[in-house]
Design a protein around this ligand. Structure first.
Ligand code: PHE
Length: 353
């Protein structure tokens, strides 16, 4: 056996498997070195001593070489694995496409925050409404010319569908089914169910059956406000709208009220806000003192439900305006149809929150 040749082979081994077979080849049960060890017995004592010493030395050199080579191979494999699985934590991460709130939702949240700060509760009502709550209950009986101001989508009531009142009662006999034209029906629903004093705001989707153009949509959002109590006055209304204007446009904001007609308020006023930055008035919505006929409709309904007529001697104010209109004016958006019909991301992304 050529020990030097064996050592070279061991040093040249490229894998743990190759190394293992060399080990077997030399040091295994039938390995070359083992076989030579077995021949020692046939030698004379002197020869055996000398030969034994040589073989033992060869054995320990081979073992040392095997061990060293194995360590080197393992180290190399580990290095390779580390390189292969290297994780560069300094690389930029994958960008997760995340959505955002629609501009109208953002403004709605902003508005609700302003009113919450004034102590209003936020409540919502149904979009599919009974003719009673949408019209008759807010002093717009069938014959009233004001009904022409708010043409709507009438619905054919499917058999299984019932419109329910504030207490879950079926109100199918109170007129046709329609898509609500404003959030004002929630005034009636809320008052039937609650006793004054209270302050609420009602955000929600409303519908109008009309020609769509740059400032009209068949569907849009409104915000309704209602405050009722024993001594509520128009001054309270002005205060709340002023607070709203300041919340939206800063401490310097001013408001303006001009007489106008809505069947469910008396007196009625449209209101505008002074936008100092642009030096212009933004005509925003309608408001006024709750009409006695609205309180009467509420009291009658409550009586029918076996509840006390809680609105006698009460006064209140209400307002309502379109949220899109506020957005159009505030951001100089030229066409209300950008919000929903075109649904262009390039437009919507400008208002990403
Ligand atoms: N409901 C009215 C509309 O949609 C707005 C309004 C609400 C006016 C409350 C006065 C009081 O046009």
């Amino acid at each position: 056996m050529d020990t030097d040749a064996a050592l070279k082979q061991i040093e040249a081994a490229q894998s743990l498997e190759a190394l293992q077979s060399l080990k077997v080849q030399y040091l295994g049960k039938n390995g070359l070195l083992t076989q030579q060890m077995k021949t020692l017995g046939s030698l004379s004592p002197e020869e055996r001593k000398e030969r034994g010493r040589q073989l033992n030395e060869a054995k320990s050199r081979l073992e040392g070489a095997l061990e060293a080579r194995e360590a080197a191979l393992r180290e190399k494999a580990l290095q390779e694995q580390l390189e292969k699985e290297a994780l560069d934590v300094s690389l930029p991460g994958y960008a997760f496409p995340s959505g955002g709130l629609h501009l109208i939702s953002q403004i709605q949240q902003e508005l609700l925050d302003i009113f919450r700060s004034m102590g209003h509760s936020v409540v919502e009502g149904p979009e599919v409404e009974s003719e009673f709550f949408n019209f008759d209950g807010v002093n717009m009986p069938e014959w009233h010319p004001a009904r022409d101001m708010q043409d709507t989508f009438w619905l054919q009531k499917p058999e299984h569908f019932t419109i329910r009142g504030p207490f879950g009662e079926d109100v199918g006999d109170l007129g046709g089914a329609l898509l609500r034209t404003h959030t004002s029906p929630m005034q009636v629903r809320y008052m039937i169910q609650h006793t004054p004093p209270f302050k609420i705001v009602v955000p929600g989707r409303v519908f109008r059956y009309e020609q769509t153009d740059a400032s009209h949509e068949a569907m849009f959002f409104q915000l309704e406000g209602l405050v009722v109590g024993p001594d509520i006055t128009m001054a309270d209304l002005k205060g709340a709208i002023t607070e709203l204007a300041r919340g939206l446009f800063g401490a310097e904001a001013k408001v303006r009220f001009q007489p106008t007609f809505f069947p469910f308020v008396e007196p009625g006023a449209q209101f505008a806000m002074w936008w100092a930055e642009r030096e212009r008035w933004l005509e925003l919505g309608g408001s006024g003192m709750v009409h006695p006929n609205v309180f009467k409709a509420v009291n009658d309904y409550r009586e029918k439900m076996g509840l006390p007529r809680a609105y006698e001697g009460m006064t209140g104010w209400a307002f309502g305006f379109g949220i899109e209109r506020l957005a159009l004016l505030r951001y100089g958006i030229p066409d209300i149809r950008y919000f929903y019909q075109q649904n262009r991301l390039s437009f919507l992304r400008q208002f990403r929150n």
